[in-house]
Design a protein around this ligand. Structure first.
Ligand code: NAI
Length: 350
């Protein structure tokens, strides 16, 4: 079923408020879920609301957190989120980072003890919309083997970079450091299909093509992706004093407990380098040059990161709204807060 932006956002907001979340927190969380869903990241859109609602209801996301901010230097600070909803904590952290970077040129802001914050490109884009350049990365629950390993140790640990241009384009590079998300393995299981050998490994750490034998996901690009995945955890976990590596809490382990996740934003003011206006002009030139390059056979066009996401959003609205599966809309419109489906769920089960 196709929904308009405001309609989808309101439904998600209302459901999370029904679960007990503060209205302003529900509003901002629904805004980011909509941002993600309309860009075609359905895995980080409306489908997440039931899980969050169950966690809010059971107390594993603090409904009215006692958030503390500690400025640790002219360019650094740490926000302790008291396990409040990650979307709001990461937004607040980015607001602090942008203000600090505008004042002092650069900002490094950590968020400790937060819950899942969804599509992290949203936070990097916030900085780019203020003419800053940004990087953000965060932890997620362990489900990927280190290169050459046999046991899940790191999460899908995403990284996002964003940069403004002199026109209405914003470059937003936003990716998980695993080849595939777990959801893609589940899709293949349900279709009775096999998976490519470079997606996942079995209990011995060897490549598998049978999705039922998957024990862990694998990092992108072998040892190089493993290094990236590890450094995401170093910056957003080890450095911030929250649990790291395999000690990071599971998304589904106990929904009454806070997740204690970490996230890190780094923001740079181009005025301390080439200058804001010059930087944006140069970024527009980069996008123009990439976009006008002849594409290789079968590719159609060279896109800058984030371009296709915005195209998917515009296409959805041109075609009458954002596609949301019917059962999901039924749930969002219904009375049930959740169906007790996620607590203690085995992540690797169907
Ligand atoms: P993806 O594989 O769809 O895209 C990764 C990046 O590649 C994007 O920046 C995209 O713009 C770019 N890209 C893709 N195709 C392109 C093309 N043809 N030309 C140029 N650029 C192209 O994203 P992925 O890795 O599946 O992540 C999806 C979302 O999941 C992200 O928003 C990420 O932040 C989120 N995520 C969140 C986690 C969390 O714990 N909070 C964990 C893992 C992912």
């Amino acid at each position: 079923m196709r929904l308009q932006r405001q309609e989808l956002k309101d439904l998600m907001k209302n459901k999370m408020m029904q679960a007990g979340l503060r209205e302003d927190h529900a509003e901002q969380t629904a805004e980011i879920l909509t941002w993600s869903h309309e860009r075609g990241y359905a895995s980080h859109g409306a489908v997440r609301v039931e899980y969050y609602s169950e966690r809010i209801y059971k107390g594993g996301i603090t409904r009215d957190p006692h958030v503390t901010w500690k400025q640790t230097g002219p360019c650094s600070g740490i926000l302790d989120g008291d396990n409040g909803i990650g979307y709001v904590m990461a937004t607040e952290g980015m607001k602090k980072a942008i203000a600090m970077a505008k004042e002092n040129g650069v900002a490094v802001v950590g968020m400790a003890n937060i819950s899942h914050s969804g599509s992290i490109g949203y936070y990097a884009e916030m900085a780019a919309k203020e003419d800053m350049v940004a990087i953000t990365f965060c932890q997620s629950d362990p489900m990927a083997v280190p290169y050459g390993g046999t046991e899940p140790y790191y999460g899908t640990n995403p990284i996002s970079f964003a940069a403004p241009t002199a026109d209405d384009r914003t470059v937003v590079f936003d990716m998980a450091t695993t080849v595939q998300a777990w959801g893609k393995i589940l899709d293949k299981r349900s279709q009775g299909a096999s998976i490519p050998a470079d997606w996942a490994v079995d209990e011995k750490g060897l490549p598998v093509t049978d999705p039922h034998l998957v024990n862990a996901l694998v990092p992108i690009a072998g040892a190089k992706g493993y290094g990236l995945m590890m450094m995401v955890d170093v910056f957003s976990g080890v450095l911030l004093g929250v649990p790291f590596g395999k000690h990071v809490s599971s998304m589904y382990h106990d929904l009454s407990e806070g997740r204690k996740l970490g996230q890190m934003h780094i923001v740079i003011d181009p005025d301390r380098f080439v200058g804001r206006e010059e930087f944006k002009k140069r970024m527009s030139q980069v996008c123009d040059e990439l976009g006008s390059m002849p594409a290789a056979e079968g590719y159609g066009k060279v896109y800058y990161p984030g371009e296709r996401a915005v195209m998917r959003r515009d296409k959805a609205y041109a075609e009458g709204g954002i596609e949301v599966v019917d059962e999901l809309v039924e749930y969002l419109k219904g009375d049930a807060i959740h169906f007790d489906r996620y607590d203690h769920k085995n992540r690797f089960a169907d």
